[in-house]
Design a protein around this ligand. Structure first.
Ligand code: FE2
Ligand code: FE2
Length: 211
């Protein structure tokens, strides 16, 4: 049984509109290359998705050190998010092998995204978390479409990759669909937590290192 619930936060404030539009522009660009190639799309998506948690984790870590204050668990959670996204990437690499063009795209994409996201986090951590909240909403949609393609037979429900079986402790006969259901649950968790982090900035309800 899946605990997944599709959720969308309607933007109502300037920072939310900015975050939402950044997400839509990136989605538009991704669709140009990988409209319906879901496994390939997942590879690219996950290389981007694994960046914000590490950047936010590092910046919060440095801030806690600078200010000599407790982070109330934020740093661990952000770093765990980054690791979880990297494992998603490792899983999809066993399903779709990237070409050298895609590897170049990933390289350039990471360079640009790392700089932009780091600057955004420094300028407005609230907007940066909101961006991830919206990214994750899109990731949930993308994996829902992926699952539909498997259900209607357009994509073969192959055996689950070995790395996914060991990461999620699945049965040996698990299929790709079982894995994507769990990945989508992870994305929904990231979505909810990042919207909550953004809300914490919005409501000034922050751990002591951020005050
Ligand atoms: Fe992911
Ligand atoms: Fe995610």
């Amino acid at each position: 049984m899946s605990n997944f619930e599709a959720v969308h936060q309607t933007p109502s404030k300037t920072s939310e509109y900015i975050a939402y539009n950044i997400t839509q522009i990136l989605k538009f660009m991704l669709n140009i290359f990988y409209g319906t190639k879901y496994a390939k799309r997942a590879v690219i998506l996950e290389t981007i998705a694994a960046v914000p948690g590490m950047v936010a984790g590092m910046l919060n870590h440095l801030k806690a050190l600078r200010r000599l204050r407790d982070d109330e668990g934020w740093i661990r959670e952000l770093l765990d998010e980054a690791e979880n996204e990297r494992m998603h990437l490792m899983i999809f690499l066993e399903v779709a092998k990237p070409t050298w063009v895609e590897r170049t795209l990933v390289l350039l994409g990471q360079g640009a995204f790392l700089v932009v996201y780091t600057l955004l986090y420094i300028l407005s951590s609230k907007t940066a978390h909101r961006v991830v909240g919206y990214f994750e909403e899109e990731a949930c949609k993308s994996y829902t479409e992926f699952l539909e393609k498997i259900e209607n037979g357009e994509v073969e429900n192959v055996a689950a990759p070995a790395i996914a079986i060991s990461y999620y402790k699945l049965a040996e006969d698990a299929r790709l669909m079982d894995v994507i259901l769990l990945i989508r649950e992870d994305e929904a968790k990231h979505r909810d937590r990042n919207h909550e982090f953004a809300d914490a900035f919005e409501n000034n309800d922050l751990p002591s290192h951020q005050q």
